[in-house]
Design a protein around this ligand. Sequence first.
Ligand SMILES: NC(=O)c1ccc[n+]([C@@H]2O[C@H](COP(=O)([O-])OP(=O)(O)OC[C@H]3O[C@@H](n4cnc5c(N)ncnc54)[C@H](OP(=O)(O)O)[C@@H]3O)[C@@H](O)[C@H]2O)c1
Length: 334
Amino acid sequence: MTDTFRELGRTGIKVSTVTMGCWAIVGDATWGPQSEQDAVNAIHAALDQGVNCFDSAEMYGNGYSEQILAKALAGKRRQAVLCSKFSPQHANSWNDLLDACNNSLQNLGTDYLDVYYLHWPNRQTPIKTITEWCDDLRRQGKIRAFAVSNFGVGDLGDLLEVAAPAVNQLPYNLLWRVVEKEILPLCRQHDVSVACYSPIAQGLLTGKFADADAVPESRGRTRHFSRRRTQTRHQEDGQEEATFAAIRAIAAIADDLSCPMAELALAWLIHQPGIATVIAGARNPGQMAANAKAMTRTLTPETIARLNAATEPLKAAFGNNPDMWQSTDNSRYR
Ligand SMILES: NC(=O)c1ccc[n+]([C@@H]2O[C@H](COP(=O)([O-])OP(=O)(O)OC[C@H]3O[C@@H](n4cnc5c(N)ncnc54)[C@H](OP(=O)(O)O)[C@@H]3O)[C@@H](O)[C@H]2O)c1
């Protein structure tokens, strides 16, 4: 059995290997309508199942995700590890950052954040300055740990020259293994914990979509899908055939093990070296409970090898650009 709590970097903050992702609960253009009561119940289900970590961002529903967390966690704040993210434009000045942090704290109804992420790199302000500002936030008791998200080897290398972030939050799932090529080894080498986002590939790894045509346009925005899709921003032909071939192969392995596919996909990630937690989105208590089961699912080396082999062609097809949404020319990774 794998451990169910892991430390983020060297912060002393211990998180469950499954984190609840709190983006979709705002019910925006990507995810469609959402009942707030379902969202609150999902958060309660997380705590009931031993999930202590919640991932939000100021940009999710413009603060609404944080407000739902405040509602659900009223009186239970100390049971939770609360993570939120500031948008890169709020790292252009100390006053912007302070305002962003205070807004998140107010939305969350708390006086401290456990983990405060820079959501995407900001290349206007020197990274050393951003880390010093975050150190000030930490000294003021507003945050416990500074972390980053979507930092490639270039950005992370620059950051590591001045400070070690607790976490690098990255897109990582069986259908998106690009980060294995360069970023994960660098994170492991420097004890930077990795938190995986979109761990069930925005629903693709639940098996709920029979083929690419069944995926709604708002969910068909990543580089898995053809540029002919109306909401894509990349210029690529996509990998729809290879993606669904991999999904069928994973489904067959899940069948052999009598394990729900999403649980298997999450457990595979939890077994990867250097992964602290997988940030699985859940929109209702049933999804949350199903995802939490991955924390105690042990996979044999043979199963892991089968899953690796089933997804190797897709990994090769995506090349070395970790940006799920933008082509290499416009990649936001460096
Ligand atoms: N740092 C970043 O740049 C970044 C980017 C993206 C996400 N994130 C974080 O990562 C979290 C997760 O990523 P994500 O939301 O993109 O994708 P995800 O976790 O791979 O997929 C979540 C979606 O899959 C469906 N689902 C979840 N569990 C299910 C289950 N057991 N059975 C059936 N369907 C299930 C739900 O949508 P439906 O019910 O509508 O199908 C849910 O919203 C986000 O909430 C956010 O906190 C961070």
